[in-house]
Design a protein around this ligand. Structure first.
Ligand SMILES: Nc1ncnc2c1ncn2[C@@H]1O[C@H](COP(=O)(O)OP(=O)(O)OP(=O)(O)O)[C@@H](O)[C@H]1O
Length: 271
């Protein structure tokens, strides 16, 4: 189904999530429109993965609403319109080939009990070409490095040509060259109207295409606005020239160390 550019693809309103009886997300409101790229930032344990996992229905929420393509999440059935790359998933023990893993991203679009047809195989090859892994299509994923496995998972999310792409730290463990390739790919997708919600620790080469940043702190939205408006943010080594005053939401003051630690070493734990 075609969407007009005015449409909101994802809208979360006043969302609260408890895990293990403790609040993890509190009063989160966030939206992503057609062709828009929203970066989700924040320190370790601030709730980024919990938010995206809740949006894709992997975790329940206790309060608020989520709408996907204009429908309440509980009534939403067109999951093929959404591509999701979870945070660094170990696939190292799997005997599946690269082609099979990427092809799994098309299962929902294939008639049951029929072998993959030409169009299916072409789509898989194209998705692998996008991430520079077509030459490894027949290899077991367990033979690949962590960064290569990550690129395969990105291909799996891309293969169904989703209209909303949710990526949880897609560049973690991916070398700079392939981060740049990925940035180019995502840029072309947004030009074609794909909406993106991307969890990032380091902005890196994706900085250019981020339309809006949402910063979480202790399970709340601490800032929402341009990347340049985040004080002291280093976007892949490029310091913002004139960091504007933050637009704190909920009175939170941002600290750079909360945003761009590459190795996730500082944990502020559960809010
Ligand atoms: N299943 C769970 N049960 C209880 N607590 C959980 C569960 N999953 C996550 N948490 C807690 O929720 C908080 C937020 O975790 P989350 O993984 O969303 O953070 P994050 O911002 O993605 O962190 P990171 O940048 O380190 O990946 C953490 O304190 C975490 O311990």
């Amino acid at each position: 189904m075609q969407l007009t550019s005015a449409e909101t693809v994802l809208e979360a309103t006043d969302l609260s999530v408890e895990l293990g009886g403790l609040p993890v997300l509190r009063g989160i409101s966030l939206s992503v429109g057609v062709g828009e790229t929203v970066a989700l930032l924040g320190g370790n344990g601030s709730g980024k993965s919990t938010l995206v996992r809740t949006v894709v229905g992997l975790l329940p929420y206790q309060h608020g609403t989520i709408a996907l393509f204009g429908r309440p999440q509980r009534l939403f059935r067109s999951w093929r319109r959404i591509g999701y790359v979870p945070q660094r998933t170990p696939v190292g023990t799997s005997a599946a080939t690269v082609r099979e893993v990427v092809g799994a991203g098309l299962l929902a679009q294939r008639p049951p009990f029929l072998p993959a047809g030409k169009a299916h195989r072409r789509a898989v090859t194209e998705a692998l070409e996008v991430v520079g892994m077509a030459g490894r299509a027949g290899d077991r994923v367990s033979w690949l490095s962590g960064g290569q496995q990550q690129r395969v998972l990105i291909a799996r999310a891309l293969v169904g040509k989703p209209q909303l792409l949710i990526l949880d730290e897609p560049t973690a463990g991916v070398d700079l060259e392939h981060q740049q390739v990925l940035a180019g790919v995502l840029d072309r997708l947004t030009d074609n109207g794909t909406a993106m919600l991307v969890v990032l620790h380091e902005i890196g080469p994706l900085a250019e295409q981020i339309d809006r940043a949402v910063v979480l702190r202790e399970g709340r939205v601490a800032y929402q606005g341009s990347l340049a408006g985040i004080p002291g943010l280093h976007a892949g080594g490029h310091e913002c020239e004139e960091p504007a005053a933050p637009d704190p939401i909920g009175g939170a003051i941002l600290q750079q160390t909360d945003l761009v630690r590459p190795n996730g070493s500082q944990g502020n734990g559960r809010p």
